[in-house]
Design a protein around this ligand. Structure first.
Ligand SMILES: Cc1ncc(COP(=O)(O)O)c(C=O)c1O
Length: 282
């Protein structure tokens, strides 16, 4: 008899339930999204659903109606009742016998969680330290895939160094992005914010786009170019951007203080303008 063991419990393999056969578990064979609400209003829902739809198509998971995902999100958020919620959901290719090649009848699995999103005022006010790490991820980082091992390892290493985020550096020595965030540096004299251009090397972050829009509206130029860690460290200010935290100032980069260890003026301006932008767009 084919058997399975779950911790210490032995059971016939035929009795393994769907979650134990999920291809997300064995292969990271799925894609995910993270959305947030501000004061009961979902932010950039259309953009997140469009990115999710693209991620599904890029890994050839078919038969998912993204409109039904929208309805699930709205329903779950209403049921949880948090004004500020973090909504996580993923779709895996489905469950089945462990085989790289999926069986033709494999049907996608859906999972969503809604949790209360608590602000981190200290991080936003005082800024965070970041440290650089080699970018060990695969070659399609534009897909929001469940394969996050390299991101996890980089975060663990960053934490050991007392850093709140790992900034990933590609094989050519250029910064790609944070392990879980977009990365921006600022040339204060030129009043320019700098971030890596989109491509297979980074996630098309929704917050990145919104920050660029906010900067544009505030008369701050945006230059999309890759920086080395050395070039970034010579910049006047830095910040990271991600849905769950929007903008967080970076005040230490690989041990070196940025802007005397304080949130910079342009970063603060962007943070304020971002909040105004959110209030006007939810
Ligand atoms: C690798 C990576 N880059 C960037 C981001 C920021 O994306 P978004 O602004 O859409 O939250 C994330 C968010 O999880 C991420 O994991």
């Amino acid at each position: 008899m084919d058997i399975a063991m779950i911790d210490d419990r032995v059971l016939p393999m035929a009795d393994l339930a769907g979650p134990h056969l999920d291809r997300g578990l064995y292969f990271g064979d799925g894609v995910y999204e993270v959305i947030r609400s501000y004061d009961g209003h979902l932010f950039a829902l259309d953009e997140h659903l469009a990115r999710f739809d693209r991620s599904l198509r890029e890994i050839q998971i078919t038969g998912v109606d993204v409109e039904s995902v929208r309805q699930k999100v709205l329903s779950a958020v209403a049921q949880a009742g948090y004004p500020n919620a973090k909504i996580y959901f993923h779709i895996t290719r489905g469950s089945g016998r462990r085989d790289h090649l999926p069986a033709p009848d494999t049907a996608p699995n859906f999972l969503m969680t809604v949790s209360e999103l608590k602000d981190d005022p200290k991080g936003k006010e005082k800024g965070i330290a970041v440290s650089t790490h080699p970018d060990w991820r695969w070659k399609r980082c534009d897909i929001k895939s469940l394969n996050l091992l390299a991101n996890v390892l980089a975060r663990i290493e960053a934490q050991k160094k007392g850093a709140g985020e790992a900034i990933l550096v590609d094989d050519g020595g250029m910064i790609t992005e944070g392990a879980g965030s977009a990365f921006f540096a600022i040339d204060g004299k030129e009043k320019v914010i700098i971030t890596r251009p989109l491509g297979h090397e980074i996630l098309p972050s929704i917050t990145r786009v919104k920050v660029m829009q906010v900067a544009h509206n505030a008369g701050i130029s945006v230059v999309e170019k890759a920086l080395t860690p050395h070039q970034a460290a010579e910049c006047d200010e830095m910040f990271i951007a991600v849905t769950t935290k929007d903008i967080v100032p970076v005040v230490q980069f690989d041990g070196a203080r940025i802007n005397d260890g304080r949130c910079g003026l342009i970063t603060q301006q962007l943070m304020d303008e971002f909040q105004a932008f959110v209030r006007a767009n939810v």
